[in-house]
Design a protein around this ligand. Structure first.
Ligand SMILES: CCCCCCCCCCCC(=O)SCCNC(=O)CCNC(=O)[C@H](O)C(C)(C)COP(=O)(O)OP(=O)(O)OC[C@H]1O[C@@H](n2cnc3c(N)ncnc32)[C@H](O)[C@@H]1OP(=O)(O)O
Length: 189
C-alpha cells in the first residue's frame, strides 16, 4: 500500500509511524484534531474543546485547563500553558491541510491561568519562508478577554514520511549504541 493511500487511524506504533493523514485526522466530538496519545481517548487531554479556522486564516480554540494540570493553587502549571500554545499554534497549518513540527517556541506568561475556566486561544500564520512557517497566538480569559499568555514560534512543514524517517534514525542510534556496547565489552575483556 502506498503511503498516500494509507488511512492512518492506526493503533500499533509501527502503523502510527506511517504518518498521520492531515486531510482526515482523528477528531474529538468537538472537532479537535487529536494527537497520538489522545486518539484512543477521543478527547484532548490538554482540555481543547473546539477549533475552527475563520475566513481570514485566524484559528480559534475553546478550552479549559483540566484540574489535573494544576500547578500553583487553582492555576495551571506553566507546562500546560506552553503545551497548549504548542498544540494550538501547530494546528493552524494543520487546519489548512499542512503537517508541521515545532522547531522553536517562545512563550510569555502574562497572568496565571485559572483552572476549569473558559479560555480562548487565537492564532495565525505570520509568514512563510521555504518550509518555515512563523506562527503567533495568544490565550485570553473569557468572557473579558484579558491576555493570559502569548506564544510565537517556527514550525517546519513536513510530509507524512517525517515519522518514518525518525524511526529509521532511531534504529541507527540504537544499532550504534549496540555496537559501542560490544566494543566496550571487548575492550574490558
Ligand atoms: C493528522 C494529524 C493529527 C493531529 C496531530 C498531529 C500530530 C503530529 C504533529 C505533532 C507536532 C509536534 O508535537 S512537534 C513535536 C516537537 N517538535 C519536534 O519533534 C521536531 C524535532 N525536530 C525535527 O524533527 C527537526 O529538527 C526539524 C524537522 C525541525 C528540522 O529537521 P532538519 O533535518 O534540520 O530539516 P532541514 O531539511 O535541514 O531543514 C528544514 C528547514 O527547517 C529549518 N530549521 C531547522 N531547524 C530549525 C530551527 N530550530 N529553527 C528554525 N528553523 C529551523 C531549516 O533552516 C530549513 O529551512 P528551509 O531551508 O526549508 O527554509
Amino acid at each position: 500500500m502506498s503511503q498516500d493511500s494509507h488511512k492512518c487511524h492506526c493503533k500499533s506504533p509501527t502503523d502510527r509511524s506511517a504518518g498521520p493523514d492531515v486531510r482526515d485526522p482523528p477528531r474529538s466530538d468537538g472537532g479537535v484534531a487529536l494527537c497520538g496519545a489522545c486518539r484512543d481517548k477521543k478527547t484532548c487531554r490538554l482540555g481543547l474543546i473546539s477549533e475552527r479556522l475563520d475566513e481570514t486564516g485566524t484559528a480559534w480554540f475553546e478550552l479549559r485547563c483540566p484540574k489535573d494540570h494544576e500547578g500553583g493553587p487553582n492555576v495551571a502549571h506553566g507546562g500546560w500553558t506552553a503545551s497548549v500554545l504548542d498544540e494550538c499554534l501547530g494546528h493552524v497549518p494543520l487546519l489548512q491541510g499542512v503537517l508541521s513540527v515545532t522547531a522553536e517556541l517562545a512563550v510569555s506568561f502574562i497572568k496565571p491561568v485559572p483552572i476549569e475556566r473558559p479560555v480562548e486561544v487565537r492564532a495565525r500564520i505570520e509568514r512563510r519562508e521555504g518550509s518555515r512557517i512563523y506562527i503567533s497566538g495568544e490565550m485570553v480569559l473569557l468572557p473579558g478577554r484579558a491576555v493570559l499568555a502569548r506564544g510565537k514560534g517556527t514550525w517546519i512543514a513536513r510530509d507524512r514520511t517525517h515519522f518514518a524517517h525518525f524511526e529509521n534514525w532511531l534504529a541507527e542510534q540504537d544499532s550504534m549504541s549496540g555496537a559501542n556496547q560490544v566494543a566496550l565489552t571487548k575492550a574490558r575483556a
